[in-house]
Write a protein that binds this ligand. Structure first.
Ligand code: C2E
Ligand code: CA
Ligand code: CA
Ligand code: CA
Length: 280
């Protein structure tokens, strides 16, 4: 406490002021980016670890600001959540994903499996999510089964009963459901069983260290075994090396995503590299 009193107050205040001004500026810029179409989507392949074929892709939002440069979603998604912009931003992502799928379809390109959209907890609590999804699908001629939704464990925890009802409604409509960043949250097995998810995404922090750390290896082994018991598929995230891919396959993990298989790409680059024309 004595130490704190010695901190030059004016310096501290000026410093905080600058940080706050920057955040306010970022907030304004993000709102403008959303309105002006300055956000874009990237697509990262997900592959079957046995056949190495494409099983789908994750949709990742990008923001390019003329002055700030490329802002990471790790930075602007939390900002959007805090500033009440995540629902409109998330709605934009849903609509833009459907629009991209429709454009590929018009070119005779098919995405095997699903495009997986990240859904923030705040969006998941919102009853309008289902309307938004259905509206965008109908508008662009997309089937629910072409989309997956990635939810984190925290999305289930604020109101588990509501979340269970929501996941059941989404499943009935045909949307896919994955639990994202699995292992980093607090879900109990009892809840996990009730969330009708199809896939568990093993968080990349465990994958990164699974060959060096016995603990992380044990965690990955346990997650895969548990998923199998609950009849869910596993997707390993952040796979960067052949050795990791081999170890995951040996443990029975079905799918993977990561720089070793492919970076997130613009729609155009993704189509060129990963999509093949329909043979009809
Ligand atoms: P996430 O859902 O866990 O997405 C995976 C992140 O890992 C992505 O970062 C991806 O580019 C990165 N990644 C993929 N492969 C590798 C790899 O091999 N090694 C490493 N080190 N990283 C890899 P990105 O695109 O920066 O997105 C960060 C986070 O922002 C996402 O984490 C997700 O939570 C959030 N996010 C992105 N787009 C959206 C969105 O449209 N809506 C919402 N609500 N959140 C989003
Ligand atoms: Ca994700
Ligand atoms: Ca993740
Ligand atoms: Ca994450």
């Amino acid at each position: 406490q004595a130490k704190q009193q010695n901190v030059p107050y004016r310096f501290f205040e000026a410093h905080m002021g600058a940080a706050l001004a920057l955040r306010l500026d970022m907030t304004k810029r993000l709102a403008a980016a959303l309105a002006d179409g300055a956000l874009s989507l990237h697509f990262q392949p997900q592959v079957d670890l046995t056949t190495l074929r494409l099983t789908g892709a994750e949709v990742l939002c990008r923001w390019h600001d003329p002055e700030l440069g490329t802002v990471s979603p790790a930075e602007f998604i939390p900002l959007a959540e805090e500033r009440g912009m995540i629902v409109p931003l998330g709605n934009w992502v849903i609509d833009a994903t459907c629009r991209q799928l429709a454009a590929w379809q018009a070119e005779g390109l098919v995405v095997p499996g699903q495009l997986a959209i990240n859904v923030a907890s705040r969006q998941f609590d919102d009853n309008q999510l289902i309307d938004t999804l259905q509206h965008s699908c109908a508008k662009h001629g997309i089937a629910a089964s072409q989309l997956g939704l990635e939810l984190t464990e925290s999305g289930f925890m604020s109101d588990p009963d509501q979340a269970i009802a929501m996941t059941e409604a989404l499943k009935r409509l045909g949307f896919g459901l994955s639990i994202d960043d699995f292992g980093t949250g607090y879900s109990s097995l009892a809840y996990l069983k009730r969330f009708a998810a199809d896939k568990i995404k093993i968080d990349m922090s465990f994958v990164a260290d699974m060959l060096e750390s016995d603990n992380d290896h044990a965690i990955v082994t346990t997650i895969i075994a548990m998923a199998r018991t609950l009849q869910m598929e596993t997707v390993a995230e952040g796979v960067e090396t052949a050795e990791q891919a081999e170890a995951l396959l040996a443990l029975g993990c079905q799918q993977a995503q990561g720089y070793y298989f492919g970076q997130p790409l613009t729609g155009e680059a993704f189509a060129k590299q990963w999509l093949t024309p329909m043979l009809v």
